[in-house]
Write a protein that binds this ligand. Structure first.
Ligand SMILES: Nc1ncnc2c1ncn2[C@@H]1O[C@H](COP(=O)(O)OP(=O)(O)OP(=O)(O)O)[C@@H](O)[C@H]1O
Ligand SMILES: [Mg+2]
Length: 260
């Protein structure tokens, strides 16, 4: 396990709530927009709780076998190989399923017996039932974005999790994060955060994805490496967010107004 503490600046009581969930064997769902610190939070909590972290990125081709394991054919016969979920269950790890809505329902149901009083993983193909080792915890992340209207989790899945809501941190905290992660001075970090706040205001005007802390950090890194501020903001923030000429123009104006 990585011995160095991941940098995570909290904005509320999420650390305490997560610790209580861990102590009480409750599964956790992290809800929030892209780039707002969910993954970093899980890395930090795994470090803080002294548990290994197993991360699984979900996608629509992910099968139950990808999670649980499969028989491999070898020269001397077949051998069972645990999947990442099974490994996490045996090791008492924190198992983090990123973007869980991307996984199909028939894949997600294998999580169910782990999230209620049973706390075990039945492996159909071997007949084994693996009890979750102490410290095992299931964490999923979920980005309730605009494109998710049709794609959602079943109530029988959702209701197995304690949900923690993530949002962009308040400006002073976001400034501290951009300063530290982006490696730039306080005043410039504050300027980027102010730009971020202004751009987030464009959501009402049709900007589907608003700039995340991650994008502000990317701009900070470019600025730190000597790229002129407006150019860095355009490349790292404006252009990734939209292709629509009127929105791009509106964003460029805000960049110019912020960094005169
Ligand atoms: N509270 C925070 N403390 C420290 N760093 C943060 C925080 N929030 C965001 N960051 C920074 O922003 C970056 C993006 O955060 P992270 O990868 O955790 O986002 P995410 O919510 O998991 O996004 P996605 O939904 O796209 O996976 C991190 O690499 C980190 O540099
Ligand atoms: Mg993430």
């Amino acid at each position: 396990m990585d011995a160095t503490e991941p940098y995570y600046l909290s904005s509320g009581d999420e650390v305490a709530v997560f610790e209580q969930c861990h102590a009480r064997s409750l599964a956790v769902m992290l809800k929030g927009p892209t780039g707002c610190g969910k993954t970093r939070f899980v890395e930090y909590m795994a470090w803080r709780l002294g548990r290994p972290l197993v991360t699984i990125s979900c996608h629509d081709d992910l099968t139950a076998s990808d999670l649980v394991g499969r028989f491999l054919i070898r020269h001397d016969g077949t051998a069972w190989q645990d999947g990442p979920l099974t490994r996490a269950v045996r090791e008492g790890a924190i198992c983090y399923l990123d973007e869980v809505v991307e996984a199909r329902q028939d894949t997600v149901v294998v999580l169910h017996p782990l999230t209620d009083h049973r706390r075990m993983l039945p492996i159909d193909k071997t007949g084994e039932t693996v009890p979750a080792a102490p410290g095992f915890q299931l964490v999923v992340s979920y980005n309730p974005g605009y494109q998710r209207m049709l794609k959602d989790m079943k109530p029988s899945t959702r209701q197995r999790f304690v949900a923690l809501d993530f949002m962009f941190p308040p400006p002073e905290r976001e400034t501290a994060i951009v300063e530290r992660e982006g490696g730039i001075g306080h005043a410039m970090a504050r300027g980027l955060v102010d730009l971020g706040l202004r751009l987030r205001g464009l959501q009402d005007r049709g900007l589907a994805e608003v700039p995340s802390t991650r994008l502000l950090i990317a701009a900070a890194r470019l600025i730190g490496s000597g790229i002129p501020v407006q150019q860095a903001c355009y490349a790292a923030i404006v252009s990734p967010l939209s292709d629509e000429p009127s929105l791009v123009a509106a964003m460029r104006d805000l960049v110019a107004a912020t960094f005169v």
